[in-house]
Design a protein around this ligand. Structure first.
Ligand SMILES: [Ca+2]
Length: 469
């Protein structure tokens, strides 16, 4: 019997993934933040997009099929993740609120917590929202535009002169560029990180890489557009009346007479989707460069990789575009972890998690302790066992007093004015059938209602200004 067990163990050790090695006491952290990437990645089952590098990375660790932002907008999402305070606790609900003057700046943020615990903390690119860079003492070193990018006045992320085939209005501009990858700011942000990975580090490091794409504008080199011939591009699945059953507060968020009207009347829906796909694949290539660099470095086996995108994106579902809403498309975004000695290669977790978990999880994995102000919960038990018990819903907040609660079965949206939506994801993954008014679901709704955040501090945003995207 013992012989058989030993044989089994021996075979298991032979086939076990490389991350079966133990988690080091002070692992390094490679923290990859992506901007505006919705659930259109191969590893979450999208059949159209090409994300070979992200898929390869995902296969090394654990993906989350139900991961959600704390807020469906850059500034509040990132503020919540980095500070550990939900929007309802910080008062940062939109891009118009300077988080540096909010309670979120009065608690140790994630990078400060790592600095206080002996880590060398560096980064480049978009980690916090661009309008409100954190004070210099949040990092040992930080380069907003990456190597070479910083040297150019104001970086080089602004819209480039597009080719004739481009189209757009405001920052909603897309089209191929005649230039190469090196013309993109993200290229230089990755370069910064590659340089750090190539150095000898005496202390454990926390290295943050904040990529700007696929945020608008969707202007990337031509080769990424060439991957998606226009006549083969598929639009998201929508029904004839997408806003049927959506209450007034939801319609107000959808703004059907805004982007949707402009884009559909111009006949640009398909081209817009193509440009988003192209920009995602550019982002994927940048992640590929970064991970290749890690794999060639001395830190391949003792570095935790976490990758997350700050929120999702609508491409016409609910007659809505961009983020700024509480439905599945705006709130769901990819998250994955590769943790040596903890995650098994190719594992999939279907529990509902939101990004308030990132701060406590990284602190937990690195043995730093979790500061008492942090509102999320460590998902280390899930990283070790995808099926571990997890009673928490994912919670997303947009503007003051509006929240979405996501469980494995339900999405419940409660707006500040009392309007409600309830969707059963087992039968209605596209959220077409609002059940909130059906008396049959009163007790379901009540249970979900009890999970709503109790704290809704006043909005610190500048009145009448939405803030820069
Ligand atoms: Ca964003």
């Amino acid at each position: 019997m013992m012989h058989r067990i030993l044989s089994f163990l021996f075979v298991f050790m032979l086939v076990a993934p490389s991350n079966a090695a133990a988690l080091p006491a002070k692992p390094n952290v490679l923290f990859i933040a992506i901007d505006d990437l919705r659930d259109w990645v191969g590893f979450l089952g999208d059949k159209q997009v090409k994300t070979p590098n992200l898929d390869k990375l995902a296969a090394r660790g654990m993906i989350f099929t139900r991961s959600y932002c704390a807020a469906p907008v850059c500034n509040p999402s990132r503020t919540a993740l980095m500070s550990g305070l939900r929007p309802g606790a910080s008062g940062v609900y939109e891009n118009n609120a300077d988080w540096r003057k909010s309670p979120a700046a009065k608690v140790p943020n994630l990078t400060q917590h790592f600095m206080a615990n002996g880590y060398d903390v560096r980064g480049s690119g978009k980690i916090y929202h661009g309008s409100y860079p954190p004070p210099a003492d949040y990092w040992h070193d930080f380069s907003p535009g990456g190597i070479a990018g910083d040297a150019k006045k104001g970086g080089n992320k602004s819209a480039k002169k597009p080719q004739d085939s481009s189209w757009g209005y405001g920052n909603f501009t897309f089209g191929p560029l005649a230039t190469g990858d090196e013309s993109m700011e993200d290229y230089h942000i990755v370069d910064y990180c590659l340089k750090e990975l190539g150095k000898k580090h005496d202390k454990p490091f926390f290295l943050a890489c904040g990529l700007h794409k696929p945020h608008l504008t969707w202007q990337v080199p031509q080769k990424y557009f060439d991957i998606y011939p226009l006549d083969q591009v598929k639009l998201p699945k929508v029904k004839a009346n997408e806003l049927e059953g959506v209450p007034p507060a939801g319609i107000k968020m959808a703004k059907p007479m805004g982007d949707h009207k402009t884009i559909t009347e111009a006949g640009k829906w398909k081209e817009a989707v193509r440009a988003y796909l192209a920009t995602i694949t550019f982002c994927d290539a940048m992640v590929g460069r970064l991970i290749d660099g890690l794999d060639k470095s001395a830190y391949k086996d003792d570095t935790i990789i976490v990758l997350w995108s700050d929120h999702g994106w609508h491409l016409g579902e609910k007659d809505h575009w961009r983020k700024f809403a509480l439905w599945e498309q705006a709130t769901r975004s990819p998250m994955l972890y590769v943790v040596p000695g903890v995650t098994k290669a190719g594992s999939v977790c279907n529990r509902t998690v939101d990004y308030m978990s990132v701060y406590p999880t990284l602190s937990d994995l690195c043995g730093l302790g979790i500061p008492p102000h942090v509102q999320g919960r460590s998902i280390k038990p899930l990283l070790a066992d995808a099926n571990a018990k997890w009673p928490e819903p994912a919670i997303t907040t947009y503007l003051h007093g509006n929240h979405a609660i996501r469980t494995e079965k339900w999405r419940y949206i409660r707006y500040e004015n009392g309007d409600e939506e309830l969707y059963d994801h087992e039968v209605d993954p596209l959220e077409w059938n609002n059940l909130a008014k059906d008396a049959k679901f009163a007790s379901v709704k009540h249970d979900l209602f009890m999970s709503l955040p109790k704290e809704n501090v006043p909005d610190l945003g500048k009145k009448g200004a939405k803030g820069k995207e």
